[in-house]
Design a protein around this ligand. Structure first.
Ligand code: ADE
Ligand code: ZN
Length: 366
């Protein structure tokens, strides 16, 4: 018996050593694909592919600004900033009108995630952009929730929702949506902020966020990359909005005090090392280096796809691979990225533990 225990101990030590050796190895596409992961920064409206936009416009008999998918992509190549990106985004989403459309667009995206083992998604949506077009909130929620059930039953993947307010709309409009959406609050995880950053962001939304938190909703906010006053915006999101995560958040690295605060408070960072329709020199390299640095600092960084419909259709696995090919990631770093995605997900603890165990199991057999 004693001899058996000793043999088991030796064997265990050997396995741990082999595991450690494998962990230090460079990542591979096969390894990245095999690890279960969560997507935490993706916009429902940004999942719509240009081809699907044209199909929905035809079905709903709506006029379109872009006659071909190539024209949409060309317009994105010509765009210079977040504002012009959002102009195209708003044009594309204008063809999503019925409950069936909301369901179909969500499921079209989730179908694509399965192959890359993106087993859990927290998806943003922008209700103001729909109610402003005369779409009832009930239609938006019915479509999204129907997709959630179908994803679970037909695809075996899970999607949850985060309701975003638009930073270029008023706080009153955000508050009105927050109150109007109360019948569905138990069906969403929390609230976020997106669209271009305005000069009164984030203070303008402090009251709305306090109200959302008092209603039991969790809070996150975009702090887009290299925006004017970015450090003040990051601090405001932490101290005034009291967010648990920052979406993008790369500029945290510009301020040692911010790095320390983000680390001490356990704030998650949902970075998007995305590729745009136009190759922007140095863009991916800058974001990939930030991911590597955040990993080295022990920050809760994750890799996310943001708006794959308008960003070459690339998903979390593709982007982990792109970061690896740019700055080199070890298998251990891929595992940390996947673990972080579940650590900062807004999941009940028992489900978090199940997903984390699945990551470790997949890493061990690869
Ligand atoms: N809406 C869609 N994607 C966005 C982003 N990255 N930043 C702000 N608003 C967005
Ligand atoms: Zn985003």
């Amino acid at each position: 018996m004693r001899r058996w225990r000793l043999a088991a101990r030796v064997c265990g030590a050997w396995l741990a050593a082999a595991g450690a050796l494998r962990a230090a190895e460079p990542a591979t596409k096969e390894f990245i694909w095999a690890i279960p992961k969560a997507e935490l920064h993706i916009h429902f409206e940004g999942t719509l592919e240009p081809e699907h936009y044209l199909e929905l416009a035809k079905r709903n008999a709506l006029p379109v600004r872009y006659a071909t998918a190539a024209a949409v992509r060309q317009r994105q190549r010509d765009g210079r900033d977040l504002k012009s990106f959002i102009e195209v985004y708003e044009e594309l989403l204008s063809v999503i009108r019925t409950e069936a459309d909301f369901r179909e667009v969500t499921l079209a995206h989730l179908r694509r995630t399965k192959a890359q083992q993106i087993v859990y998604t927290e998806m943003f949506f922008d209700p103001q952009m729909h109610t402003e077009r005369g779409i009832p909130l009930a239609t938006v929620f019915a479509g999204l929730l129907a997709a959630q059930a179908a994803a679970r039953d037909e695809l075996g993947v899970r999607v949850e929702y985060i309701m975003c307010f638009n930073r270029d709309r008023s706080a009153e409009s955000a508050l009105a949506i927050l109150e109007a959406s109360r019948p569905w609050h138990r069906r969403i995880l929390g609230v976020g902020l997106d669209n271009p950053e305005e000069k009164d962001f984030p203070r303008k939304f402090a009251g709305v966020f306090a109200r959302a938190r008092s209603l039991g909703l969790r809070a996150t906010s975009h702090c887009d990359v290299n925006q004017p006053n970015t450090l003040a915006h990051h601090w405001g999101c932490l101290d005034e909005l009291k967010v648990e995560r920052i979406d993008h958040g790369i500029n945290v690295l510009d301020d040692p005090a911010l790095i320390a605060a983000v680390k001490a408070r356990g704030i998650g960072l949902t970075v998007c090392p995305t590729l745009m329709e136009a190759e922007i020199p140095g863009r991916l390299e800058f974001r990939a280096k930030a991911v590597k640095q955040m990993l080295e600092l022990g920050l809760l960084v994750t890799i996310n796809s943001d708006d794959p419909g308008l960003m070459r259709g690339l998903l979390v696995g593709d982007l982990m691979l792109a970061v690896h090919q740019t700055v080199g990631l070890t298998k251990a770093e891929i595992v940390t990225l996947a673990e972080n995605s579940f650590r900062i997900a807004w999941l009940p603890e028992a489900e978090r533990a199940t997903y984390l165990a699945a990551v470790r199991a997949a890493a061990a057999i690869k």
